[in-house]
Design a protein around this ligand. Structure first.
Ligand SMILES: N[C@@H](CCC(=O)N[C@@H](CS)C(=O)NCC(=O)O)C(=O)O
Length: 210
């Protein structure tokens, strides 16, 4: 089994942290997004969309999408559980993870790609025809990121972790998004004391360095 990934990108980091929390080591292959290695035929034969991460199983099956890969590992290595243990906790973790993806991850990506000159004609990641940046999408992204930060602080006002009293995949995604938001010069607002307390705790876990 091999994980195709890139150390500098937020989605693969989610998987590295996920695996570190489970104490699982797997072989990794770096795909250099900076030099466009993800768009070369060799990688496109692994993932025709030209995106990382991709997990290649020993029988050659390729699984992409970060959530799908995390789910696969959760099934293989259930301990410690990171995606819930019963109907209620599974649903709450999934719900908050999706809020963080929509309001946070995709929004930071929109704000970043639609304001960064290097992506002026490559506003979508991976394999696409040239596509122009749209400034209004960046604006929408910044608005959603504000909503992400508000939601994060609200969740953490009632719980130690994003989805309850136990560290979960929702915290991993939250941590990766807070760090990704630096790319658009956004950080946890100073009045968000719950988020600041949480960030201190989760970014100090050994897995955060994975
Ligand atoms: N929904 C996909 C998103 C994957 C994605 O967008 N990956 C980015 C890195 S975080 C990428 O491969 N970018 C390539 C590019 O910019 O061309 C997932 O969660 O796996």
């Amino acid at each position: 089994m091999k994980l195709y990934e890139y150390k500098g990108a937020p989605s693969p980091r989610r998987i590295r942290i996920f695996l570190a929390e489970k104490g699982v080591n797997i072989a990794t292959v770096q795909v250099d997004l900076g030099s466009g290695e993800n768009l070369k035929p060799e990688y496109l034969s692994i993932n025709p969309r030209g995106l990382v991460p991709t997990l290649q199983l020993d029988d050659g099956t390729c699984i992409d999408e970060t959530m799908a890969i995390c789910r696969y590992f959760e099934e293989l290595y259930p301990q410690p559980p990171l995606m819930g243990t019963d109907a209620r906790s599974k649903a709450i973790i999934e719900s908050r993870t999706r809020h963080i993806e929509f309001d946070g991850l995709f929004a930071v990506a929109d704000a970043f790609r639609n304001t960064t000159p290097a992506f002026a004609n490559r506003a979508l990641p991976g394999v696409t025809d040239p596509v122009a940046a749209i400034p209004q999408l960046a604006q929408r992204g910044f608005a959603a990121v504000d909503r992400f930060f508000d939601g994060l602080n609200r969740y953490l006002g009632g719980n130690e972790y994003v989805a309850g009293e136990r560290f979960s995949n929702a915290d991993i995604v939250g941590l990766c998004v807070v760090d990704f938001a630096r790319w658009i010069k956004r950080s946890i607002p100073e009045q968000h004391s719950h988020s600041l307390r949480w960030y201190q705790a989760v970014s100090s876990r050994p897995s955060a360095k994975a």
